[in-house]
Design a protein around this ligand. Structure first.
Ligand SMILES: N[C@@H](CCC(=O)N[C@@H](CS)C(=O)NCC(=O)O)C(=O)O
Length: 337
């Protein structure tokens, strides 16, 4: 029974629920922390393995960017589509293959890299785990290049340890956001929002899109749009961010899902109840966060569209939305809503 449902799903009867058509996300196994004796907070010591279509990785690339850690934490980017059935090691594995061609653009993707963190030039994220006797295969992975070990593979924990150690890790950003507020009341508000947003939005989108049971889908669909509506209402008093004047972890954790909604989830996750554009305060919040330094570059809708449609939808990626204008260009126009 997992304790913290703002970080991971309750695993009670996971097998039975999956058999009944519910998508149940597994739990990450590497849970060390920067700041532990064996993982001191030092600039240039840590490395991230990510895929830019993965919303959990997006939390981590956002934290790295807004905390001013892009020069002190290196990063490798996997190709958005995992390996296919013909792969010698197996299907559905994250691959570091910058020479792979994206069907969406008919070209290679400039953000993709080889694997540089271990110094071994491995092909698959799975191989990074295998070196530590683990059969996990997910991204994001926070890796210690000095110890040659995985520190953590749970995005909720990775963003908190980057926030707590930003200066020791090499951030020189004097006005960097404090993702986790020092004020206990504000922190409690962030935790409360995280809980609802994780269950009904971040993971809720998968519950809707990947479940094969109509009732499970319908319940996730309703909960998802109920929360979007509540967040739009919350922002209707003119506050710039979810808890008020400061950008916090609650905003950072909401952004990856809302950023993917109109161009991906509306179709791919069957979340066609409304567009974010139909929630004027939430749309302006999205554009406000998108305009923050480092945010636009920390994600890629090309990787998202290629990743979510490239393998399952006959490799044909939908071309829209086109109106009121293409995405992500639309995110530079808060006035559209
Ligand atoms: N709880 C993890 C979830 C990570 C996760 O599920 N990542 C997906 C990509 S979006 C993955 O790699 N799944 C492959 C797998 O688990 O085999 C986190 O938030 O970091």
């Amino acid at each position: 029974m997992s304790k913290n449902t703002s970080t991971e799903e309750d695993q009670a009867d996971a097998k039975g629920r999956r058999a009944r058509g519910e998508f149940v996300r597994g739990v990450s196994g590497f849970r060390h922390a920067i700041g532990d004796a064996e993982f001191p907070a030092e600039p240039g010591r840590y490395h991230l393995f990510v895929a830019l279509n993965c919303p959990w990785c997006h939390r981590v690339t956002l934290a790295r960017a807004v905390l001013g850690l892009e020069d002190s934490i290196s990063m490798d980017v996997a190709f958005p589509n995992r390996t296919g059935d013909a792969d010698p090691v197996g299907p559905s594995l994250w691959e570091f293959a910058p020479d792979r061609v994206a069907t969406l653009t008919s070209s290679t993707l400039p953000e993709c890299t080889t694997e540089t963190g271990t110094g071994l030039g491995l092909r698959l994220a799975k191989e990074i785990y295998q070196r530590e006797g683990s059969d996990e295969q997910s991204v994001p992975i926070l890796y210690d290049k000095i110890a040659g070990r995985i520190v953590n593979n749970e995005s909720a924990e990775i963003i908190r340890m980057l926030d707590a150690n930003a200066e020791h890790l090499g951030s020189t950003m004097s006005d960097r956001p404090r993702l986790v507020p020092a004020d206990p009341e504000q922190k409690a508000r962030v935790d409360e929002l995280n809980e609802r947003i994780y269950v009904t939005i971040n993971n809720g989108a998968y519950k809707a899109g990947f479940s094969s049971d109509q009732a499970v889908y319908a319940q996730a669909f309703d909960a998802y749009f109920a929360t979007l509506s509540a967040l739009n209402q919350l922002l209707s008093d003119g506050r710039p961010y979810l808890t008020g004047s400061a950008f916090t972890e609650a905003d950072l954790r909401l952004f990856p899902t809302v950023y993917r909604h109109d161009p991906v989830y509306y179709v791919r996750m069957k979340l066609n109840g409304a567009r974010i554009l139909d929630y004027p305060h939430l749309w302006r919040w999205l554009c406000r966060v998108y305009a923050l330094p480092g945010v636009a570059k920390a994600g890629s809708l090309i990787h998202c569209r290629q990743g979510y449609f490239g393998r399952t939808w006959n490799g044909v990626v939908p071309s829209g939305p086109l109106l009121p204008m293409p995405y992500p260009e639309a995110y530079a126009h808060p006035d559209l809503a």
